[in-house]
Design a protein around this ligand. Structure first.
Ligand code: ZN
Length: 307
C-alpha cells in the first residue's frame, strides 16, 4: 500500500517536471546571464529583433537579468503584427517591455489596455522622427547608427529607473556598446562621405534615417506598403524614374521578395543589391555584434554599388 503511494507520487512529480520543461521558451528567444531561478530575477521582454540586440548589449553579464524576445528573430518589422496568445503570456511575465516606439508596435494601445501595469521602455523617446509624403512618422529609427546610439541610451536610462539595483551596470554596458557604434559610424562616414554617386532606390521605407545620416539620396521606394507587391502603375513610375535618372543600383532587402526589384532591373539594366535594415537575424549567444556586422556588410555593398 505504502510503496504504491510512493510510486504514484514519483510519477506525479516526474510528469509535473516534464510539463514545466516543455513550456519553457517556446517560440521566443531567451538570453539569460545566470538562470538561477531566484525570485529577484528581472525579466525584460523585447518587441522585435533590433530591440533584442540593443537590450542584450545593455544587460550583458548582469546576474539575474533575463532578456526574452517576444517575436521570432526572423519576424521583421511589426507594421501589421497581431499579438498571439503566446505573446500575451510572455508579456505577463515581463518586468519591463522594450519597444522601438515611433508607431512600430501597432498593437501597443491594445496591449496597454490589457496590461496597464506593464512597464514600457520606449527606445525612441525624444528622438526626432522623419515623416513621409503623407505626413506619417517613419518608425525605422534604428537603421541610422546615430539613432541606434540614442536608442541604447534611452533603453539603459529607462531600465535603470525601473531596476535601480542594476542601474550602474546598465549605464556602463550602454557606454561600452555606444563606443563600438561610434567607431562603426566613423568607419562608414570615412568610406561614404567621399562617394560622388549618392542616389539610391530602396525597397520599403526602412532607409530614410540611414540615408539622412550618410547623405544618400533616396530617389524612389519600390514597395510603399510593407508586405505588398507594388501595383503595375507604381512599378512603371519607378522604371521611368530610373531610366530618367540613370541610376545603376537598386537595393532590395533580405526580408522581402525581390521579385519587383528583379522586374525593374530587367527593364532598366540596373543591378539589384541587398541592403539589410538590421531587422532580422540569428539570436545566438554571439548576437551581441549582429547590428554592427550587418552595417559593416551594408557598407561593403554600398562601396561596390556606388563606386
Ligand atoms: Zn518596416
Amino acid at each position: 500500500m505504502f510503496s504504491k503511494l510512493v510510486k504514484l507520487l514519483v510519477i506525479a512529480v516526474i510528469s509535473a517536471a516534464m510539463l514545466a520543461g516543455c513550456g519553457q521558451n517556446k517560440g521566443s528567444t531567451t538570453q539569460s546571464s545566470t538562470n538561477t531561478g531566484q525570485k529577484d530575477n528581472f525579466t525584460i521582454v523585447t518587441s522585435f529583433y533590433p530591440m533584442y540586440i540593443s537590450t542584450i548589449n545593455v544587460t550583458k553579464g548582469i546576474p539575474g537579468v533575463e532578456v526574452v524576445n517576444m517575436t521570432k528573430p526572423q519576424t521583421g518589422c511589426l507594421h501589421d503584427y497581431q499579438l498571439t496568445p503566446e505573446d500575451l503570456k510572455t508579456l505577463e511575465k515581463a518586468n519591463a517591455f522594450v519597444i522601438n516606439g515611433a508607431g512600430m508596435e501597432a498593437f501597443l494601445d491594445k496591449t496597454i489596455k490589457q496590461q496597464p501595469q506593464l512597464k514600457i521602455i520606449d527606445a525612441s523617446k525624444n528622438i526626432e522622427l522623419l515623416k513621409d509624403e503623407s505626413g506619417e512618422e517613419n518608425p525605422h529609427v534604428w537603421v541610422s547608427v546615430s539613432n541606434a546610439i540614442l536608442q541604447i541610451q534611452n533603453i539603459a536610462e529607462q531600465l535603470a529607473a525601473v531596476d535601480t539595483k542594476n542601474a550602474a551596470q546598465y549605464k556602463n554596458n550602454a557606454a561600452e556598446y555606444v563606443k563600438k557604434l561610434e567607431a562603426l559610424r566613423d568607419t562608414m562616414h570615412k568610406s561614404l562621405d567621399g562617394t560622388k554617386n549618392k542616389d539610391i532606390i530602396t525597397f520599403h521605407e526602412a532607409f530614410p534615417y540611414f540615408a539622412k545620416e550618410f547623405n544618400l539620396n533616396i530617389v524612389s521606394v519600390i514597395e510603399r506598403e510593407p508586405g505588398s507587391e507594388p501595383s503595375p502603375a507604381e512599378l512603371e513610375a519607378t522604371i521611368n524614374t530610373i531610366k530618367k535618372s540613370h541610376i545603376k543600383a537598386l537595393f532590395a532587402e533580405p526580408q522581402y521578395s525581390s521579385k519587383a526589384a528583379q522586374t525593374i532591373a530587367q527593364e532598366t539594366g540596373a543591378k539589384v543589391y541587398t541592403l539589410d535594415p538590421a531587422v532580422t537575424g540569428e539570436a545566438k549567444s554571439d548576437a551581441y555584434d549582429a547590428y554592427i556586422r550587418i552595417m559593416e556588410n551594408n557598407l561593403k555593398i554600398l562601396q561596390e554599388a556606388l563606386q
